[in-house]
Write a new protein. Structure first.
Length: 147
């Protein structure tokens, strides 16, 4: 709970599970709303935002079980979604919304930008928009270098 700053809309992750690097993750408006609703009903004496049955941190397998449970409840269990898919979706959505790959790399906690590149996929629409945006600059004479 000490790592959560609702006013600044961010959570500090002091040590990543795979790379031992810390990073900051930010809360979108809808995520902030959901976290605030959860904080209003959760046990106040817990050290973690999301905790397991034994009052420690919520382990990956327990989080995965909850994810599968709610996929079934939403009748989406046939889609093949996994908890890990959320990281790919997060990366791809931010990249397609115009976030620079270097910024995304830091948000995801990757040391190597090539790992981030594998996570995030550009949509055909984003590639098309980028192409025509660049061509508009070129056609207006905005690029005047000697090659």
């Amino acid at each position: 709970m000490n790592d959560v700053d609702l006013k600044e809309k961010k959570i500090r992750l002091m040590e990543g599970e795979k790379n031992n690097m810390g990073r900051v993750v930010y809360l979108s408006h809808d995520a902030l709303f959901a976290v605030k609703r959860w904080l209003a009903v959760r046990k106040k004496d817990e050290n973690y935002i999301f905790y397991g049955q034994r009052h420690g941190r919520l382990c990956y397998s327990a989080a995965r079980s909850l994810f599968v449970k709610y996929l079934r409840k939403a009748r989406l269990d046939h889609k093949g979604y996994t908890v890990h898919c959320l990281r790919h979706t997060y990366a791809s959505e931010l990249l397609n919304a115009g976030m620079r790959l270097e910024v995304l790399q830091q948000l995801m906690g990757h040391q190597d930008i090539e790992v981030t590149r594998r996570y995030a996929r550009l949509t055909d629409k984003t590639r098309e928009e980028e192409y025509f945006r660049a061509m508009a600059v070129i056609e207006k004479g905005g690029i005047g270098g000697d090659y």
